[in-house]
Design a protein around this ligand. Structure first.
Ligand SMILES: Cc1ncc(COP(=O)(O)O)c(C=O)c1O
Length: 412
């Protein structure tokens, strides 16, 4: 286990978390390189029997050191903005290793993507295809396009992170998508290379992912019958993790479901995992700044981390386990674990149990490696938190804590 107690002190690999807090302070994200390696490796091995590319979804965690680490493991990239494309390029990913998704790509973003000749621009609408065509024509390019199809499948995840239903803003409905693909034959600036489906995130039942894969295969078969051959099927990301510490879908179970669902095709598969690879590989390390006990007995444990560092609980009511960093035999007490921000939604956990917390204690919020640091904000002029990457017994700061000067450097 990457995060485990060693002599009653929580450590990341071989590094006790208090050692990091003593040098870097809190709140701080801590990631374990070994976990990222083993999770990515497990996924890669699980799909090894079929032609595939794992395009790591930078949106989950776009910190350069993490993006570079994954590049070193053989990952390609899935970018959701030009910012993510530029970070991927600087981390050593070639344009031919990058797919670009996003429901509202600006003309400037499309122009950069066309000029780079990415592996695929995953187009989201008829209008976006028109804009792409105009840009590619002007630049004298034949741009590589995949069409994002909305398969109308319920991911059975949180509504805010479900993207595959007709009522969601993502992709093009099946029939319209077929028409658009047919039409691309007469549009020389557009080269149709793939079909893309992504039905949501934190999906813990494999059936919806398999159904989406079957829908992509059926779509490609229909096109093939009309003489339109693709280069790949992009099945998106979405595989979930067990935030409650229970059983998560394994890489092998996921791969079996996907491989069975795509048996009818020889096309190479693109998968875009994010959360499953990096989520359990990171924690948010925080300190208790206050313990308030109300007359009715309700106990609030106030941390120096809040929704500004980890937004998921406030945004989606997401559950994260919270644990004491030191186990020293104190009695467990019921408490609400909250942040310092002036919003009642700034709470990490209600009715939790922790060993009698006191100011100065360290706690770790688990499974914070995905959609954690990337969603941090400067609300209340709070600084972006630092990030630390641990590898065995070594560790280093891979992003320093932001200062007020850093914030003001962007202002006139
Ligand atoms: C297009 C696309 N691909 C991949 C992902 C990564 O999803 P996850 O982190 O759930 O694997 C997302 C996130 O929702 C996405 O929007």
């Amino acid at each position: 286990m990457t995060f485990d107690y060693r002599q009653d002190i929580l450590a990341c690999d071989l590094v006790p978390l208090p050692d990091i807090a003593a040098v870097v302070g809190t709140p701080t994200y801590v990631y374990g390189a070994s976990a990222i390696r083993s999770r990515f490796g497990a996924l890669d091995a699980a799909v090894a029997t079929v032609p595939h590319a794992l395009h790591y979804a930078l949106k989950a965690n776009a910190t350069s050191a993490v993006v570079r680490l994954l590049r070193g493991l053989g990952a390609a990239a899935d970018a959701n903005s030009v910012g993510e494309i530029e970070v991927a390029l600087r981390a050593g990913y070639a344009p031919a290793d990058i797919v670009f998704t996003g429901v509202g790509k600006t003309p400037a973003e499309l122009e950069r993507a066309v000029a780079l000749d990415l592996k695929a621009i995953n187009a989201e609408s008829a209008g976006e295809l028109e804009r792409l065509e105009a840009i590619a024509t002007r630049l004298g390019r034949r741009t590589r396009v995949a069409l994002r199809v909305n398969p109308d499948i319920d991911a059975r995840s949180h509504p805010h992170i479900s993207t595959g239903l007709k009522r969601n803003k993502f992709g093009v409905p099946y029939e319209q998508a077929l028409e658009l693909c047919r039409g691309m034959r007469g549009r020389p600036a557009l080269r149709l290379v793939g079909v893309h489906v992504h039905i949501g995130s934190q999906i813990t039942t494999l059936e919806p992912l398999a159904r989406a894969a079957r829908a992509a295969v059926a779509f490609a078969e229909e096109l093939a019958r009309e003489g339109i051959e693709l280069e790949h099927l992009d099945l998106g990301g979405g595989l979930g993790i067990a935030y409650d510490g229970g059983v998560e879908p394994s890489a092998d179970e996921y791969a079996s479901a996907i491989i069975a669902a795509t048996r009818g095709t020889r096309l190479p598969l693109i998968l875009e995992p994010g959360r499953w690879v990096v989520g359990p590989s990171g924690v948010l390390l925080a300190s208790v700044v206050d313990v308030k006990v109300h007359p009715d007995g309700r106990r609030f444990v106030v941390l120096d981390a809040g929704m500004t560092e980890l937004l998921r609980p406030a945004l989606y009511g997401a559950f994260h386990r919270i644990v004491a960093v030191r186990r020293d035999g104190r009695t467990e007490v019921a408490c609400d674990v909250v942040g310092p921000v002036c919003e009642s939604s700034d709470a990490f956990g209600v009715d939790r149990s922790l060993p009698d917390p006191r100011p100065g204690d360290l706690v770790a919020i688990l499974d914070a490696g995905a959609y954690g640091a990337v969603m941090a904000s400067n609300y209340n002029r709070r600084p972006m938190p630092p990030e630390v990457l641990v590898d065995g017994s070594a560790w280093r700061v891979v992003r320093r804590r932001q200062t007020v000067d850093d914030q003001l450097a962007c202002e006139a």
